[in-house]
Each structure stands twice: as structure tokens, then as C-alpha cells.
Design a protein. Structure first.
Length: 101
């Protein structure tokens, strides 16, 4: 049995476009977060990641990388992002690969 395909280049481009939109438009608990921060938040919500205390305080999310997600997992991640965006009134823009079609 073969391994499921990991995310496509188009899924990756769409994910980063969506993350940039959320980053520009949402203030989360009084903070503006960068796209990379949002990627961690959404992937943690999708995979129910574990969190442990950091060495110098704070918290560390134990990893699940989007680069290892299957095509189906990435689709689920973007569905989660769309639902959150809808709740937060985020207007999503088209990723670059779609703008030239």
C-alpha cells in the first residue's frame, strides 16, 4: 500500500494566502499575529496537538508540520480556516496562482 500524497503546491499556496489574509485582518486576544503564528494555531486545532511547559516559561506546542499533511488533511485545514475566517469576517483573497488563470 502506498503512502497518501502530501499537500500539493497549489494547496500550499492557498494556505499561505489564507494565512496572510487572517494575519492582516484579525486581532487575536489583543495581539496581531504573523501568518506563521496562525499556521501553528490552525494546525494545532486540526490535529489536537499537545502543549507542554517551555524551559524558560511559556508553552511549547509539540509538532505537527503542514509539510507532512496529506492532501485530505490540508483540505480539512483550509476548511477550518474558512470557518474561522467567516466567524471573524475575514475577506480571503485569491492566491497568486489563481490570479493569473
Amino acid at each position: 500500500m502506498s503512502e497518501p500524497k502530501t499537500r500539493s503546491a497549489q494547496q500550499n499556496a492557498r494556505m499561505w494566502s489564507m494565512l496572510a489574509d487572517v494575519s492582516r485582518q484579525v486581532v487575536w486576544h489583543g495581539q496581531k499575529l504573523v501568518a506563521e503564528d496562525w499556521k501553528h494555531i490552525f494546525s494545532a486545532a486540526l490535529s489536537k496537538q499537545r502543549v507542554v511547559p517551555g524551559l524558560d516559561g511559556g508553552w511549547v506546542v509539540l509538532g505537527y508540520h503542514t509539510s507532512r499533511m496529506t492532501v485530505a488533511e490540508m483540505a480539512d485545514l483550509m476548511t477550518l480556516m474558512e470557518a474561522f475566517g467567516s466567524e471573524q469576517n475575514v475577506r480571503f483573497s485569491a492566491p497568486a496562482y489563481m490570479e493569473h488563470s
